[in-house]
Write a protein that binds this ligand. Structure first.
Ligand SMILES: [Zn+2]
Length: 138
């Protein structure tokens, strides 16, 4: 199948509290929500702090650095739009700031990915938006 005829990959669903996260990502800034009352930095973005339930939140300009906490190599495309991506790496990234997030490790051979491997954020265009993804640190 020619790449140009593949359907578009799914867009992120906008959830309450996540609008600024996705807008920043689209501008290639990686931000994480932070609680102004207890200082917790967390992921995923939401309208209250998962530690103290405060709604007094702000945005922390994150380093974009982390390590591979766990990963799997996906060999079967979950949707036709992923057909040209397989095999690809689905990973849980332990961010330097503490939170863990699910993402892909891209721009490398999937066989080269290791647990504890240092990675940094990069942004994948997805329609009008950009998606935070990770790649090996050089
Ligand atoms: Zn809090």
């Amino acid at each position: 199948m020619n790449e140009s005829v593949l359907p578009q990959k799914p867009q992120p669903k906008m959830t309450p509290g996540a609008e600024h996260y996705w807008q920043s990502a689209t501008e290639e800034h990686f931000v994480l929500p932070q609680c102004e009352d207890c200082s917790e930095i967390f992921f995923y973005p939401r309208v209250w702090c998962p530690k103290c339930f405060s709604q007094n939140l702000s945005w922390y300009k994150a380093s974009g650095k982390g390590k591979v906490y766990s990963f799997s190599v996906v060999h079967q495309a979950p949707f036709p739009s992923y057909k040209n991506d397989v095999p690809y790496v689905l990973a849980i990234i332990a961010l330097q700031e503490g939170p863990h997030m699910m993402s892909n490790v891209i721009n490398c051979d999937p066989q080269s990915v290791l647990v504890d491997m240092p990675v940094s954020v990069t942004f994948e265009s997805r329609g009008e938006m950009k998606i935070p993804q990770f790649q090996p640190d050089n």
